[in-house]
Design a protein around this ligand. Structure first.
Ligand code: PHE
Length: 342
């Protein structure tokens, strides 16, 4: 019987083709070609009208049987291929979790931060608090209350950046001392680190932005001896036990008497080198006894209390300590430079 043997043929070749297929896309194409609306099996079913009436139910059942077999064969082949594909992927993506991880490079502290932490730790160990203040500051706090009135020559030396008539970018961290004395009663023991601004041109030794740390102590009976001792302890701790200091007379409008302090050059330990211009000593800070008028300005009675203050440039100390000859390196953040301080 021609129609029936045609079905046998179709089944045989379909199952064989499925068995030999190795691609999911190929199987999908086979499915459409055989079982789709315009597929071969549908076409065979249409041929039913050409066979004798009594054979048609058998023929129909046979077509259904072939459809079921082809569907089952496709399904089992698809799941077989998917399983193989998954296994291949697992092998390809295999990760050896016992291998050491990739190391991420660890950053280091900026030299200025290191210097600051060192200085802060020394003063904190002596009982000082750390205070903070704004970089955009009232003229009143930056100058006026520190005994620097409008016409005072000290204003010229500080190349001030004015925001308005009475607001400046602070030229030193001293206004934080004013703020502290206004806000809290003696005894006061504080340091204030921070960025300060002066309208300097940039070169190897000048920057319009630099960093200071200042300190202030106010209490009953504070004398110049306390000032000298505190700074000696600090400088020996910071530069080494064999550090020698020299207090030279100085002038600041907000302290009286005032001094400038030299310390043994940390590069040559006093023998004389280019860093200290052969002197063996290097200027490291300014200081003095808080001027009575400054205390009075802040509501502190100078007959009852006295105090001392000091200030130093952080950038300068970093340059001396690390032998940096160009201040710009501290601000450019070139990784090749910074990586040396890890
Ligand atoms: N404020 C001074 C400056 O910027 C430093 C200083 C602080 C001097 C405290 C004496 C006492 O130059």
């Amino acid at each position: 019987m021609n129609a029936f043997s045609g079905l046998d043929e179709l089944e045989k070749s379909a199952l064989l083709e499925i068995e030999n297929s190795h691609e999911l896309s190929e199987l999908e194409a086979i499915r459409i070609r055989l079982l789709g609306k315009k597929g071969e099996l549908t076409a065979a079913l249409r041929g039913m009208k050409d066979i004798p009436e009594q054979d048609r139910p058998v023929f129909g059942r046979r077509v259904n049987e072939i459809r079921d077999r082809i569907t089952a064969a496709l399904e089992s082949k698809i799941s077989e291929l998917m399983r193989a594909e998954k296994e291949a992927r697992l092998i390809a993506e295999k990760v050896d979790i016992t291998l050491p991880g990739k190391k991420q490079p660890i950053g280091g502290l900026h030299p200025l931060t290191r210097i600051y932490y060192e200085i802060r730790d020394i003063f904190v160990s002596m009982g000082f608090d750390v205070m903070d203040g704004p970089e955009v500051e009232y003229d009143k706090y930056n100058f006026e209350m520190l005994n620097i009135p409008t016409d005072h020559p000290a204003r010229d030396t500080q190349d001030t950046v004015y925001i308005s008539d009475d607001i400046v970018l602070r030229t030193h961290t001293s206004p934080v001392q004013i703020r502290t004395m206004l806000a809290q009663k003696p005894p006061i023991r504080m340091i204030c680190p921070g960025r300060v601004y002066r309208s300097d041109d940039v070169d190897a030794t000048h920057s319009p932005i630099f960093n200071q740390i200042e300190g202030l102590v106010v209490d009953r009976g504070i004398s110049f001896a306390n000032l000298k001792d505190t700074l000696n302890v600090f400088l020996k701790e910071f530069y080494g036990e064999d550090t020698v200091t020299k207090f030279r007379p100085g002038h600041f409008p907000f302290t009286e008497p005032s001094a400038e302090v030299d310390a043994t050059c940390s590069k040559c330990r006093g023998r004389g080198c280019p860093a200290c211009k052969g002197a063996g000593m290097i200027e490291v800070l300014g200081c003095g006894m808080v001027h009575p008028q400054v205390l009075r300005n802040c509501g502190i009675d100078p007959d009852e209390y006295s105090g001392f203050a000091f200030g130093m440039g952080l950038d300068r100390l970093a340059n001396i300590k690390y032998g940096i000859t160009d201040i710009r390196l501290l601000f450019e953040n070139d990784i090749r430079f910074l990586a040396q301080f890890r």
